[in-house]
Ligand binder design. Structure first.
Ligand code: NAI
Length: 256
């Protein structure tokens, strides 16, 4: 239960969904956890809960699409916890569900700003700190839709394709520094993002929508946030010390 002992880890988008599960599991594995999000109420509540259970945790309001916000918070984490070992670039949005010819430039840009530039800003400002310690790990949340596509949410699929290759490029760039970079590719995981995506797609009955998503996965159901969190714990820990530039697919068989 201490696979991340002595590691200082940042999780972005930690207030809800997959990021929340990652933060909890990583804290239980002994990490000191910095929670970055824009949902202050939920983010602070999680930091409080972890702290009350004796796990070092703190929350920062960070919009990952703002370079200044990211840089200031990363510096504050290092000042507070003394080092930085792991970042989990999880914050992401699905965006508008319309075909390419109906999208506005602003809709396109917003998704890239959070999902792509967010990973860029986080990585850019974490590297200098991570270089100081051995065993650094960057875990980027891509998607099955960073490997294959689907006829909906075009900006999202473009953004996740970008994250897949950004991960490989950074894996090559920082291997000599002992920093590993890997991407994680979830199938559908039942979170607020998926519920919102169904609503945006005109699905009124969320239970029926969920059953439709279940059928896309050969294992017969959508996943839960912990299914991803355990993969992230593995990639964050030294158990994966020979793994870099890899794609960890956790999708109930969707892409098989
Ligand atoms: P979610 O919507 O349930 O949670 C996302 C979290 O990110 C929220 O706490 C939100 O406040 C935060 N966030 C949003 N914009 C932000 C910003 N600009 N700066 C900081 N924080 C921000 O999403 P979910 O489902 O947990 O997804 C997490 C990641 O996993 C995303 O990158 C998503 O694309 C990816 N993913 C999710 C899948 C799913 O089925 N849920 C499938 C494949 C990938």
């Amino acid at each position: 239960m201490a696979r991340l002992r002595n590691k200082v880890c940042i999780v972005t988008g930690a207030a809800l969904g997959i990021g929340h599960a990652c933060a909890v599991r990583m804290a239980e594995e002994g990490a000191a956890i910095a929670l970055f999000d824009v949902h202050d109420e939920r983010g602070m509540a999680l930091a409080q809960r972890l702290g009350d259970a004796g796990m070092p945790a703190a929350y920062w309001h960070v919009d990952v699409s703002s370079e200044a916000s990211v840089q200031n918070a990363i510096d504050a984490v290092v000042e507070r916890f003394g080092r930085l070992d792991v970042i989990v670039n999880n914050a992401g949005i699905a965006g508008a569900n319309r075909p390419t010819h109906e999208l506005t430039e602003a809709e396109w840009d917003r998704v890239q700003a959070v999902n792509v530039k967010g990973v860029f800003f986080m990585t850019k400002h974490a590297i200098a700190h991570m270089r100081r310690n051995p065993g650094g790990s960057i875990v980027n949340l891509s998607s099955i839709y960073g490997l294959i596509s689907a006829p909906d949410i075009p900006p999202y699929h473009a953004s996740k394709g970008a994250v897949t290759l950004m991960s490989k490029t950074d894996a090559l760039l920082y291997a000599a520094d002992g920093i590993r970079v890997n991407s994680v590719h979830p199938g559908f995981i039942w979170t607020p993002l998926v519920e919102q995506h169904l609503r945006d797609s005109g699905v009124a009955d969320l239970d029926a929508g969920r059953r439709d998503l279940d059928r896309l996965h050969p294992l017969g159901h959508v996943g839960e946030p912990d299914d991803i969190a355990w993969g992230v714990v593995y990639l964050a820990s030294d158990e994966s010390k020979f793994v870099t530039g890899s794609e960890l697919v956790i999708d109930g068989g969707y892409t098989a």
